[in-house]
Design a protein around this ligand. Structure first.
Ligand code: ADP
Ligand code: MG
Length: 158
């Protein structure tokens, strides 16, 4: 049995969500899988913007709704692979690409709308569930599924 650890946080504007993304970014090494879940407009992409900016990525970050994935190359050689699978009906070739990313310790993988690739995502992923609790208020719950994501949740809570 994997132990499940959770961390919760509330943000009341986009900047606070980006700051929360930055807080997570500082803990990432590479090889992590992160699945973001919320309704449309929940703040998934805003969170990813905070992660990328904190890792020194200076270009604009937008949801890859039509391209399905974006790659952000970091100065230290690592890469963020940002998926948005809202428009994908079956995992297929994108699922294969995702599986390759997940096997690469140089890649930090962040997935929006990952339900369609549930069979590809590892159990040991960091799940970030976002609830819209007001116009500008978002309730974040970080849930671990194994040792790698558990370290992240514990360090976020520390
Ligand atoms: P998603 O990727 O989940 O569809 P986005 O990050 O693209 O969501 O959009 C979130 C929207 O909600 C943006 O328009 C943003 O300005 C707004 N917003 C309001 N409050 C917050 C908050 N606390 N955190 C994140 N986004 C917020
Ligand atoms: Mg998005």
């Amino acid at each position: 049995m994997n132990s499940v650890t959770t961390y919760s946080a509330t943000t009341t504007d986009s900047d606070a969500t980006k700051a929360l993304g930055a807080k997570l970014a500082r803990l990432l090494k590479g090889g992590e899988a992160i699945e973001l879940s919320s309704d449309l407009g929940g703040g998934k992409t805003t969170f990813v913007q905070g992660v990328a900016a904190a890792l020194g990525y200076a270009e604009p970050v937008t949801s890859p709704t039509f391209t399905l994935s974006n790659i952000y190359r970091l100065a230290d050689g690592r890469e963020i692979h940002h998926y948005d699978l809202y428009r994908l009906n079956e995992g297929g070739i994108v699922g294969d690409e995702l599986a390759e990313d997940l096997a690469d310790d140089n890649v930090i993988t962040l997935v929006e709308w990952g339900g369609v690739v549930a069979g590809v995502l590892p159990e040991d992923r960091l799940r970030i569930d976002i609830e819209v609790t007001g116009d500008d208020e978002r309730q974040f719950t970080f849930v671990s599924g194994g040792p790698v994501s558990e370290r992240l949740v514990k360090e976020l809570s520390a």
